[in-house]
Design a protein around this ligand. Structure first.
Ligand SMILES: [Zn+2]
Length: 402
């Protein structure tokens, strides 16, 4: 028999012991973004776990991604495969649920084990960010499948392998799966340990600018040289001057140069931007192009641009706000008080929002100290959040909410 929508019935149906055991097992597999073997193992474990749901599980190859070396050369960066589950793709109303299997802790990092901090808290790599969240997706969907509404709707689950380095190998896949969906839920941990959600987010972009000058002897014929370091320094000051209320610019690194008696013919400038609005993002892009042309002409150097905005700003429009309101209302029915606040961070929710689909991107567990060896997961939040998502999905499967 199918349990009805009574919130308490949903909560009672969640198997917290199984959730905890799975999260401990998953956190024990190292999935640093560069650890392809670990990611492959994890993708297999996830494919198995998610195969209990209806639909087809597929492991999708990463899109090719290049980076610029310190010597100014473009090279390919390997990535792990992504997991995709498609359930009832023929349904008219469909959702997308997303998460990431990678963590910021490489295979050689000392932080690899899970331990208890107190009766309610475990400390371990990726427990909150976000193997706990992946487990919430699985158990929320198991629960949702037991409700009446599930058969009327469809959904895709996407778990990528490269979120922590900007989702360059999965961005196209995320956008493809998001398009046309009724709503999206992403399972980053809550913004605060009390369950507060992240609301509007700024965007981010990473650039590598390679400047090629001409080397010459610093004493004999310096005038015949074209100094790449000087051009890069000029560029730093000019892009820093583009900072405004709605955008920050962080020149992070200049590589290149050579011996003291040589005019340097190579520099690679790396910088990050954080636009708060789509306007600021587009304005910067145009201005950067003009500045790069000016640098080329004035310093008589070659300029090559690599990178750009990878995560567009995520404003909260009326539809997205309606989704936040629904999550809050479902929380209240489960005895969970849920608020929200803007976040300086970025995630796949940014890319989903850019497709026009309403998204709440911190549906994962409660926890904190993520990206540090103090990362922790508040264990009771596994059940809480699974019930919350199941209830949100049950509500979204009928009526007109957004
Ligand atoms: Zn994360």
């Amino acid at each position: 028999m199918k349990p009805d929508f009574a919130p308490q019935a949903l909560l009672d149906a969640v198997d917290g012991d199984t959730m905890l055991r799975e999260v401990q097992d998953w956190a024990a597999i190292n999935t640093g973004t560069a650890n392809i073997a670990g990611l492959d193992q994890m993708a297999g474990v996830l494919a198995d776990a998610f195969s209990v749901l209806p639909g087809e599980v597929e492991l999708v190859d990463p899109a090719p991604v290049t980076a610029i070396s310190a010597e100014g050369r473009e090279f390919e960066k390997p990535h792990g495969r992504h997991m995709v589950l498609r359930v009832r793709p023929e349904a008219e109303r469909r959702f997308v649920l997303t998460g990431h299997m990678d963590t910021v802790f490489p295979a050689e990092h000392p932080f690899q084990e899970v331990r208890w901090l107190d009766d309610d808290t475990i400390n371990g790599p990726g427990t909150a960010d976000m193997k706990g969240g992946l487990n919430v997706i699985l158990h929320a969907l198991k629960l949702f499948e037991m409700t009446e509404g599930a058969a009327r709707v469809g959904y895709d689950v996407m778990i990528n392998s490269d979120e922590e380095t900007g989702s360059l190998a999965s961005r196209g896949l995320i956008e493809e799966l998001a398009r046309g969906k009724y709503a999206a839920l992403t399972y980053e941990p809550s913004a605060l340990p009390d369950g507060t959600l992240a609301h509007a987010r700024g965007g981010t972009g990473n650039y590598s600018i390679t400047i090629t000058g001409r080397s010459a002897h610093a004493g004999r014929n310096p005038h015949e040289g074209r100094n790449a370091i000087v051009a890069a320094s000029d560029l730093v000051l000019r892009i820093k001057a583009l900072e405004a209320e709605d955008i920050t610019v962080n020149p992070a690194k200049i590589e290149g140069g050579s011996a003291n008696n040589v005019v340097p013919d190579l520099a690679v400038l790396r910088f990050n931007i954080r636009p708060k609005s789509t306007d600021a993002m587009n304005r910067f892009d145009g201005e950067l192009g003009a500045i790069l042309r000016m640098i080329e002409v004035e310093h008589e150097v070659g300029v090559h641009r690599h990178g750009g905005v990878t995560r567009p700003p995520k404003p909260v429009d009326a539809k997205a706000q309606a989704l936040f309101d629904l999550v809050k209302e479902c929380g209240a029915q489960l005895g969970q008080q849920i608020g929200w606040q803007p976040s300086g961070g970025v995630c796949d929710g940014n890319n989903i929002a850019a497709t026009g689909v309403p998204v709440v991107d911190t549906m994962g567990v409660r926890g904190g100290a993520i990206h540090s060896p103090d990362e922790y997961l508040i264990v009771p939040s596994l059940r809480e959040r699974a019930a919350l998502s199941a209830l949100v999905l049950a509500k979204l499967s009928t009526g007109d909410h957004l």
